[in-house]
Design a protein around this ligand. Structure first.
Ligand code: UD1
Ligand code: MG
Length: 471
């Protein structure tokens, strides 16, 4: 594949059958908008530039797409009116006027096309040596699809269902809408397409007959499952399920145990090491990286996070932009918010919330704590119910705990505050001043025991009841 490659992805459609305020291509499967998938495939194959043809909700589609691919060589072309697939591709001409080579044409609402299929299409194109090659497919019910017409084995034309004769409608080989076209042919040919057909549209498929006049039209056949688009929310769910199966199968083949693949949601781009075991109901999103021999309990949700080798995540633990170190033990019901960084062997137990918190090796907060804006050393023990009071209503402040610190239960650390290495804080203390290394801080009022108090109280109550009934 040496010839320069560009791509045009058609994303202008409204998607009426989605019955949505949102453009069809922005509906998501496994965490990414539909259009992200074909765009990603084109980018993976080195297409540059990649032009997204937008129309319906053009601004929103452009914004969402750029957010998905901040660094990519993307361009956006506006199709003002939906006049057919040929008109849509023609809208990209201006964006590609400086490009010469091969142009992929893909649909923004067909998310499951595999990279291997596009590579096979390019190979078939090179072998045919013509100006256009296409992907065909055989749906169980071909109604509505363009039919691929052949003569002596070679593709000669595509006829749209609405324009086809009864005999042509008997053809099972359908047009998938995926092409690679030489730019030297594409723009000139598009200019010659007319809309004199059953739908009064500019059909991209008219290119095929023009290309066949210039040389062999290359073709490959792909599974219908791969080329199927999304027209309504039932199809959206079906494509999501297929993608989920594909991704989960890939991970299982790579040595990851999924207890229940049907309820495991792993987004594209997530990395998981071998011998990791994942319980039902887990979601791994946003480029999360999980190491080897990690155990992820039921209901965990990890977003844009990293979990190092040998860690254990007990059920219902949430990580968002967080890093968990080797052999850590987290949860159940722990919540690690953005900026949490845990060294090796940290334990965070149930109902512990962290945010912008760094914990050193072997530190523990096993029950009911909030650690926000905290820098915590190694070997620290944070008692149950400890709270960093990091917010004064205007600003956030830092809490620093040195190595080997012991924080008694129900402590409030009013930031900014520092507790030095090896210091102890007594249970129930409100720490408002720095604690020097090696010292003990206690702020509780001393306990008073009043002997016989309960008996006296009972007697007082009995006498006041007596007054109430006689009085
Ligand atoms: C098209 C093909 C048909 C093929 C089928 C496969 C044509 C004329 N026909 O038919 O041979 O079997 O796809 O699914 O190409 N779009 C725009 N702007 C437009 C029109 C369409 O951006 O003006 C986009 C749509 O949003 C959609 C894609 O292009 O993503 C395909 O358009 P659609 O109208 O669904 O084409 P089909 O009639 O299904
Ligand atoms: Mg369609």
């Amino acid at each position: 594949m040496t010839a320069p490659l560009a791509a045009v992805v058609l994303c202008a459609g409204k998607g009426t059958r989605m019955k949505s305020e949102k453009a069809k291509v922005l509906h998501a499967i496994l965490g990414k908008p539909l259009c992200a998938y074909p765009l990603m495939r084109a980018l993976e194959l080195g297409a540059s530039p990649v032009v997204s043809v937008v129309g319906h909700q053009a601004e929103e589609v452009e914004r969402a797409t750029r957010a998905q691919f901040p660094e990519a060589p993307l361009r956006f072309a506006l199709q003002k009116e939906q006049r057919g697939t040929a008109d849509a591709v023609r809208s990209a001409e201006e964006s590609l006027k400086d490009f010469q080579g091969r142009v992929f044409i893909l649909y923004g609402d067909v998310p499951l096309v595999r990279r291997e299929t596009l590579e096979a299409l390019v190979a078939a194109h090179e072998q045919a040596g013509g100006v256009l090659s296409l992907v065909s497919t055989r749906p169980a019910d071909p109604t509505g699809y363009g039919r691929v017409l052949r003569a002596a084995g070679g593709v000669v034309r595509i006829v749209e269902h609405k324009d086809a004769t009864e005999a042509e409608r008997q053809v099972g080989e359908c047009n998938a809408g995926i092409y690679v076209v030489e730019s030297s042919f594409l723009w000139k040919a598009l200019a010659n397409i007319r809309s004199a057909n059953a739908q009064g549209e500019f059909y991209l498929t008219d290119l095929v007959e023009m290309a066949a006049a210039q040389g062999a039209v290359g073709s490959i056949e792909a599974d219908f499952g791969e080329t199927a688009g999304v027209n309504d929310r039932v199809e959206l769910a079906a494509r999501a399920r297929e993608l989920q199966t594909r991704i989960n199968t890939w991970h299982m083949r790579n040595g990851v145990t999924l207890a229940d693949p049907a309820t495991t949601y792993i987004e594209e781009g997530v990395v998981i090491g071998a011998d990791t075991e994942i319980a039902p109901g887990v979601t791994l999103a946003g480029g999360t990286v999980v190491g080897r021999q990690v155990s992820i309990g039921q209901g965990c949700i990890l977003t844009a996070s990293t979990v190092a080798d040998g860690a254990t995540l007990k059920p219902y633990t949430l990580l968002e932009e967080a890093r968990a170190g080797e052999r850590g033990i987290l949860g159940p019901f722990a919540r690690l918010r953005p900026g949490t960084e845990l060294a090796e062997e940290v334990h965070l137990g149930n109902f512990v919330e962290t945010k912008k918190a760094h914990l050193g090796r072997g530190s523990k907060a096993n029950h009911l704590a909030y650690l926000g804006d905290a820098r915590i050393g190694a070997g620290v023990n944070v008692g149950a119910g400890t709270i960093t009071c990091n917010y004064d209503g205007v600003h956030k402040h830092l809490t620093e705990l040195g190595d080997g610190v012991f924080i008694g239960s129900d402590t409030q650390l009013v930031a900014p505050v520092k507790v030095g290495d090896g210091a102890y804080v007594g249970a129930g203390t409100t720490v408002t001043k720095d604690v020097p290394p090696g010292s003990l801080a206690v702020s509780r009022t001393p306990q008073v025991n009043v002997e016989g108090w309960a008996e006296k109280k009972k007697a007082r109550q009995a006498s006041s009841r007596g007054k109430a009934t006689t009085g």
